[in-house]
Design a protein around this ligand. Sequence first.
Ligand code: SAM
Length: 288
Amino acid sequence: MENLSNIGVIKDILARHNFTFSKALGQNFLVNPSVCPRIAEMGNAKAGFGIIEIGTGIGVLTNELARRADKVVAVEIDERLIPVLEETLGEYDNVKIINADVMKLDLHKLIREEFNGLDVAVCANLPYYITSPILMRLLEDRLPIRSVTVMVQKEAGTRLCARMGTRDMGAVTVAVNYFSEPRILFNVSRGSFMPAPNVDSCVVRFDIKDETPQCVKNEKFFFKTVRGAFSQRRKTLANSVSSAMNIEKSVVMQAIEKAGLASGVRPEQLSMEQLAGFSEALLSLSDN
Ligand code: SAM
């Protein structure tokens, strides 16, 4: 389909299919023709790669991915869009559409069965209501993928790509930095979508690390500590961890000292190594 990036063509397709947008499914479709080619190009859609797309809408990004990559497997939860996609993607024989909730799919199996030795990357304009759960799944499942390139709300992008040890960081920043090298690629204004959301967006890319940081010895306890540390914004590490993990404050203070940190330190001041050291110290001192 030639003009899928043209808003008139998009409106015509949606009208012919009597399509009405679902707010609950985060349906804000891209109508700015310059955005999808950039996501595809910067998101590893190229020869030798298979791409997983999450949430196709009417297929504007899928189209750009299919032109560049060897294969695209696109997951869309809304069955009303399937006949639309059959029309808009009909010319491509390297696209497979799966009508499913991405959170319920076995992505390891999908990659094994669909990509046959290709390098794999994820590209998506994510539904904002489940941005974090989807991202955490993609990262924590340790999928054999090279990168995840996604459109997220600008505020989420700032938090996800915050540098460790800076004010903007949160528990999700730690998780993202643990599994990947994150970076903001470019901003996208709210007017690039139909219907226009109330906030601007940005495209971020996570390049998956070959190895997770060696400083973390007990991953499960590390992430439990991180969640506890960032459970109350702007509180000290001692207060947040003590109340969120239900550990005596004196024990937490001992762990802070053992890790060589200042007693009033705040979680957002810590590096990956310092958080790992604190979590190790806490594990050795507490009953967890
Ligand atoms: N890629 C299209 C675009 O850029 O125009 C659509 C993006 S729209 C922000 C998000 C899409 O994700 C919608 O088509 C929505 O139906 C779909 N979606 C929402 N929740 C989903 C889920 N759990 N699994 C798969 N797709 C989902």
